[in-house]
Design a binder for this molecule. Structure first.
Ligand code: ZN
Length: 418
């Protein structure tokens, strides 16, 4: 189709600071579409959401932004109301805060490719699908889902060999430059969304991402049946890991944590023993093999790996899954060499989210919703982060209760007939 038209393209970034405007004359419709596609690809790269039409945006959606260290606020900014091809438009119900979120709150969000921006956190969530894009099953609309926050490129050597959790070009929800789930609406690949049955509570569903990580860690232990395992660090991941190990056929499960409250919770979720680190070392030194078969560090402290090497038996296996804030692990090289240890590092879950949903749906986990110890409404998100920073001893998992978009904004924008 020949002809000419004016194509005014306006891209407004998620936080409403930058406006990019371009006015061009197009000679045919295909050129218009090709140009828009190039803009879409560019905006995906830099995490700018490009409106395809005015109705694809809603004004004044609430978005949580980490603007600098220890400064987090809720802002009203334009948000997408449309899902692109292959995407689902999601409205989060609950968003869980993670140790990484707390670390970024203290230090500020990292930058990528020099692109500095306010950061929207949030990788663990349960949401409702409000719209789907082209090529997506329309019956997904209205369903509650959990979504894998990892979107691999599916083109690199790691993706081709099946290790797409190690993809270097991975887009990770809530990791700069990709905006996270602490916003009222956002789009994410629909093939990463898993519908949830009604029997699963929101407080359980928001723990599915750490549960999928726990399953991946359990997989990497290569644990023989009835092996003895020590879990060092009993935060939400450690406690879910104890549940996963119990289901995987572990024998003795030793929970190690400085906090008595967490050790008590560990007993309720399958630990057979629970000690502080010093008592734990003393106890296992009297065992026939003077240590556990497998020691797993999920403590997010550099001392966790040292404790793991000390508590494991000669010929045992150490799995390091914590992310120390000072980016260091500490263990005695002589101990590790003399014991001829196998050390396994862990980065991200590998296709274990569907198994986590199955495990939760089976009803065999022990009241994991109790791990959600604190809930905050969206407008009090700064209080939630301050609580995380204080590391209260009775804190295991903090979640944010998201709000539905205001009716006057959302009804027109989300009306499927518009
Ligand atoms: Zn890849």
């Amino acid at each position: 189709m020949k002809g000419s038209c004016n194509d005014a393209v306006k891209a407004t970034c998620l936080w409403g600071i930058i406006e990019l405007k371009e006015k061009r004359v197009c000679s045919c419709l295909s050129q218009v579409l090709a140009r828009r596609r190039r803009w879409e690809l560019f905006c995906q790269r830099v995490s700018i959401r490009l409106p395809m039409a005015r109705r694809d945006w809603i004004e004044g959606m609430k978005v949580v932004q980490l603007t600098s260290p220890e400064k987090i606020e809720v802002r009203d900014v334009p948000s997408r109301s449309e899902a692109g091809p292959g995407e689902a438009l999601l409205q989060p119900i609950l968003v869980g805060l993670t140790g990484t979120d707390a670390m970024r709150y203290r230090k500020g969000a990292p930058t990528k490719d020099g692109f500095r921006s306010p950061h929207v956190p949030g990788a663990e969530f349960v949401a409702r699908v409000v719209r789907v894009g082209r090529g997506v099953d329309p019956t997904l609309v209205g369903k509650r889902v959990v979504a894998n926050p990892l979107a691999p490129c599916l083109k690199c050597p790691w993706c081709f060999e099946g290790n797409h959790h190690l993809c270097p070009d991975m887009r990770v929800l809530g990791t700069p430059p990709v905006a996270g789930a602490l916003q009222q609406l956002f789009a994410w690949p629909a093939n990463l969304c898993i519908p949830l049955p009604d029997s699963v509570r929101d407080e359980e569903a928001v723990l599915l991402i750490p549960l999928s990580m726990a399953i991946h860690i359990a997989d990497l232990t290569n644990m023989p049946l009835m092996a003895s395992v020590a879990v060092i660090g009993c935060g939400s991941l450690g406690l879910l890991l104890i549940e996963a190990l119990r289901k995987s056929g572990a024998g003795e499960i030793l929970a190690v944590d400085l906090v008595a409250f967490r050790r008590d919770i560990a007993y309720r979720h399958g630990a057979t023993l629970a000690y502080d680190p010093i008592t734990a070392m003393d106890a296992v030194s009297r065992w026939p093999r003077r240590g556990v078969d497998i020691a797993i560090d999920v403590s997010n402290a550099s001392e966790g790996s040292r404790a793991a090497v000390q508590i494991v038996r000669t010929g045992g296996r150490v799995v390091i899954a914590g992310i120390p804030e000072d980016n260091r692990i500490l263990f005695n090289a002589r101990d590790a060499r003399h014991k001829e240890l196998t050390v396994q590092f862990v980065r991200r879950p590998h296709d274990t989210l569907a198994r986590a949903v199955q495990l939760l749906q089976s009803g065999s986990l022990r009241r994991i919703h109790e791990l959600v110890t604190h809930r905050f409404p969206l407008d009090q998100v700064a209080d939630a982060y301050r609580l995380m920073r204080g590391m209260n001893e009775d804190l295991i998992k903090v979640v944010i209760e998201m709000e539905e978009p205001a009716a006057d904004d959302s009804e027109a924008a989300l009306d499927p007939k518009v």
